[in-house]
Write a protein that binds this ligand. Sequence first.
Ligand code: MG
Length: 157
Amino acid sequence: MRVGQGFDAHRLVAGRPLVLCGVTIAHEKGLDGHSDADVAVHALIDALLGAAGLGDIGRHFPDSDPAYKGICSMALLSRVVQMLQARAGQVLNCDVTIVAQRPKIAPYIEEMARNLARALLVDADCVNVKATTTERMGYEGREEGISASAVTLVSFS
Ligand code: MG
């Protein structure tokens, strides 16, 4: 069994949809980025790649590559799961933390966890998604951006 951890942050800007764990959330701003900028999925991808010793998201899906412009990050997550499968890797669990002052994430947590579980090919109880604020401190607290971190445990047979 191998553990992996990931972290990511994206800037909040007007005129972009806010997508977190594949859920589009109604909000006056969205996350800026080359893909759909799903910061939580990016953190999870880095955790999975870390567990497998496969580097990071930028190595596999470079933001200089037009093929990934606007791409749904859930599709990238599925590709990473395929990479793990090719190495006989099976996700045992993952734990994702989203740091955002606004909007309130709680109403979307269950749908987020379901989305991740489906992509990871695991039962829903193997996935935990949680959210916190920074009590208005720092860039998340000033609503300049949203960050996310993730930890996962992967077994390799
Ligand atoms: Mg990112």
